[in-house]
Design a protein around this ligand. Structure first.
Ligand code: NAD
Length: 468
């Protein structure tokens, strides 16, 4: 079994201790990850700090070229990284699985390489000239979750790199290996110290918490749960770090009565069950008009029955296991409760190991935990509505506001409902379909700031105005 190393200053560095990463499909060990200490984190931050003056002084064209070289590395090693993602994350190689994730990683890397933030002239007249410059921040600390490990690492690393920052990334203890390997590959084409990677199991040493208070880290970009994001925001105050926090969601979808249930079943299914529901902007509550509620439930159940679940490394699997025991227990608790309050249409009980069958539950009360909490797993509540105002109010009755969707043949009617949803992204006739040119972020307690596009890039800079 392979030992994976930290990447610090362009070198592979072993930690004094390591921990084992297991395959959620089988429980077998996948590899050993370094279990970093405070000294290791300090060394990584020092390497990033030392690399910053030269990297931030490179020209825009040089940085674009470097980002393109990183994109090419990802393409060259896409299959190797996909295999590693499947082994440690559990998602299938095919469908919306790890090969799809690597496709996304390359698309985001390539798109970000082509973005730039040129100097803006705010005024140029006889009274004077005013320019707005964007300056890199320094060392950026990136903290990522376990659901889309490499794609989210790319979301953090590429805009930081493109704008002239240096980076220390810390992946989730459940999925550190693919990130460590991806950063090792990046270091083949980047100056040493520009991108560094450390990992820990959070038990021996919570490295993310240490990053949030580190005096030499200027910004934290975090993707993960609301509870952790709140802790980071509190800890980051003392050093006035810039923050981008992409946190949990409880996305609602509203289906209008003019929809054809059979036509929308596939889109609804994958909107909710992409990566087994372990996706921040997956559909987590489905509101369907009473007149087609039962037909939509039937069509969804029919579609779901044809989706094969299995070991992620099986080329035929379209859904894999839940990634870890903690998440499995959350899903089990929510469904066990839902089964006593609603009507289980499909699934409803744990499977073998970390496999949890696709579960669809109808007729739940609005305050059922499966409706109120983020399930982050393969269990979808379908809720009946009669009045559109009630559906909108129910959709907005959440402290989260990441995404939402409206389904209708009448685009204008759908847009009118969409504009009233309290969320950062709203889709019409699809759900969760993020793309690199569309800024993405949460409102309410789902986060602060956006990623992607020029707006996302700007979050890795300070503004300096020059007034002459
Ligand atoms: P998590 O918050 O448990 O962990 C995320 C990361 O934070 C991990 O790397 C973890 O090691 C680290 N961490 C743990 N304690 C920390 C601390 N005290 N300070 C700093 N970092 C710490 O989240 P998770 O279970 O890995 O991911 C699932 C959650 O992520 C879900 O809520 C999901 O909605 C959310 N998510 C959001 C987005 C988005 O873009 N909005 C994307 C993916 C996942």
């Amino acid at each position: 079994m392979q030992d994976f190393a930290m990447i610090i200053g362009g070198q592979k560095i072993a930690a004094r201790q390591s921990f084992t990463v297991t395959n959620p499909s089988t429980g077998a060990a996948v590899g050993h990850a370094p279990n970093a200490s405070q000294a290791d984190l300090d060394a990584a931050v020092a390497a990033a700090k030392a690399a910053f003056p030269a990297w931030s002084a490179t020209s825009d064209a040089e940085r674009q070229g470097a980002c393109e070289a990183v994109t090419a590395k990802l393409a060259e090693h896409a299959e190797e990284l996909a295999q590693l993602i499947t082994a440690e994350q559990g998602k299938p190689l095919n469908g919306l699985g790890s090969r799809f994730e690597m496709g996304g990683a390359q698309a985001w890397a390539g798109h970000t390489a082509g973005l730039s933030l040129p100097v803006k002239v705010l005024q140029d007249d006889e009274a004077g000239r005013v320019e707005l410059h964007r300056k890199p921040l320094g060392v950026v600390g990136s903290i990522t979750p376990w659901n889309w490990p490499v794609m989210i690492a790319i979301w953090h690393i590429m805009p930081a790199l493109r704008t002239g920052n240096t980076i220390v990334i810390k992946p989730s203890p459940y999925t550190p290996l693919s990130t460590l390997r991806a950063v090792e590959l990046m270091n083949e084409v980047l100056p040493h110290g520009v991108v560094n990677a450390v990992a820990s199991d959070d038990a021996l040493f919570n490295i993310g918490a240490a990053m949030a208070v580190h005096p030499d880290i200027r910004k934290i970009v975090f993707t993960g749960s609301c509870a952790t994001g709140e802790k980071i925001m509190q800890s980051a105050a003392a050093t006035m770090k810039r923050l981008t926090l992409e946190m949990g969601g409880n996305d609602a979808a509203i289906v209008l009565p003019d929809c054809d249930p059979k036509e929308i079943a596939e889109g609804l299914f994958w909107g909710a069950f992409i990566n087994n529901g372990q996706t921040c902007a997956a559909m987590k509550r489905l509101y369907v008009h009473d007149s087609i509620h039962d037909a939509v439930c039937d069509a969804l159940v029919d579609y779901a029955r044809g989706v094969p679940m299995g070991d992620g490394l099986d080329e035929n699997a379209a859904l894999g296991p839940i990634n870890n025991q903690k998440q499995f227990d959350t899903v089990s608790r929510l469904v066990a409760d839902a089964a006593t309050k609603g009507r289980v249409l499909l699934g409803g009980a744990p499977g073998e190991g970390l496999f949890y069958p696709v579960t669809i539950v109808a007729d739940l009360p609005a305050d059922a935990p499966l409706v109120v909490e983020e399930q982050f797993g393969p269990a979808l509540p379908v809720l009946r509505y009669r009045d559109m105002e009630d559906a909108i109010a129910a959709a907005n009755a959440s402290e989260n506001g990441l995404g939402g969707s409206v389904w209708s043949k009448d685009i204008e009617a759908a847009k009118a409902v969409a504009s009233r949803l309290e969320c950062g992204s709203v889709w019409i006739n699809k759900h969760g379909a993020i793309q690199p040119n569309a800024p993405f972020g949460g409102v309410k307690r789902s986060g602060i700031g956006v990623e992607f596009g020029e707006e996302g890039l700007a979050e890795y800079t300070d503004i300096q105005t020059v007034l002459m």
